[in-house]
Ligand binder design. Sequence first.
Ligand code: NAP
Length: 305
Amino acid sequence: MKVALVGIGKIAVDQHVPAINASDAWDLAATVSRHGSVDGVEASTDIDTMLAERPDIPVVSLCLPPVPRFAYAEKALRAGRHVMLEKPPGATLAEVHALQALATEAGVTLFATWHSRMAKGVAQAKAWLAGQTVTRAEIVWKEDVRRWHPGQDWVFEPGGMGVFDPGINALSILTEILPQPVHLTGATLFFPEGRQTPIAADLAFSGHVSAAFDWRHEGPQTWDITVETPQGRLVLHEGGNRLLIDGAEVAVAPGPALAGEYPALYARMADLVGNGQSNVDLAPMIHVADAMTLGRRETVAPFAF
Ligand code: NAP
């Protein structure tokens, strides 16, 4: 299936291009980016031109930051293309609902991807927790923003989500694996002086679930989720890629996840298009919106890249 990749920046180069090139099912037929391109691939700087000139490309995969993404998604859907959205699926919940309605009207697939849900241990964690009662869960997601978003000032602009940009990955796993949903009950958000989005956040949820997100963490990067039930203690390390139950490492079962998170996303997109389905789950983003609504704000030291 031919795909056009839009927004050739960090994640397009790091993950999307290698995943597409490694797959027999996909053909990177065009790129749309104001500055970026991919060697050997037809490049356009304007999505209207690409959509008009390449009716043979049925799928558009959008790798832009969330704020500019909606306009591109709307154009692609109106042009009858299947659309794949990077996470988070939009800058607001309502704009993603609008895209869902457009996709339904056009009879095309909309896939709001959550790459962390494709991490190697997530499906087995979900299977182990199914039917159990969670007594406590804790997320610790601490990384260095300078390492993962070098110079990307958009993360601190309105709609950039700040530390929720990585934090929403943890929430995408949590909302996937918990057997019962939880809701946010309180939050403290730490805004660097003069910035529009938080650099750290502490969240409390119903059911003794908590999350600590911090983007100022320069040591070993930590992406851990611990879930306790009367049957035992489950830990997902390394962003969901290692699973331990009661301290013992669990070998992950063969499946699309073993190929990597982005190859698994593209395999899922091929299935969705093939079956005429969409997949849009806003649960992780609802928790972020709730934290922004309910959170107490504290000002911390200014941040510069
Ligand atoms: P990025 O490199 O800063 O931006 C991607 C590209 O989007 C840019 O190179 C730029 O291409 C285009 N773009 C940026 N602002 C634009 C605007 N206002 N209008 C039109 N195009 C614009 O960002 P990224 O790190 O790849 O992240 C993109 C998305 O992927 C985000 O939603 C992020 O959460 C997600 N993601 C990122 C990572 C990561 O490690 N960075 C990991 C997983 C997911 P042109 O200037 O060439 O048009």
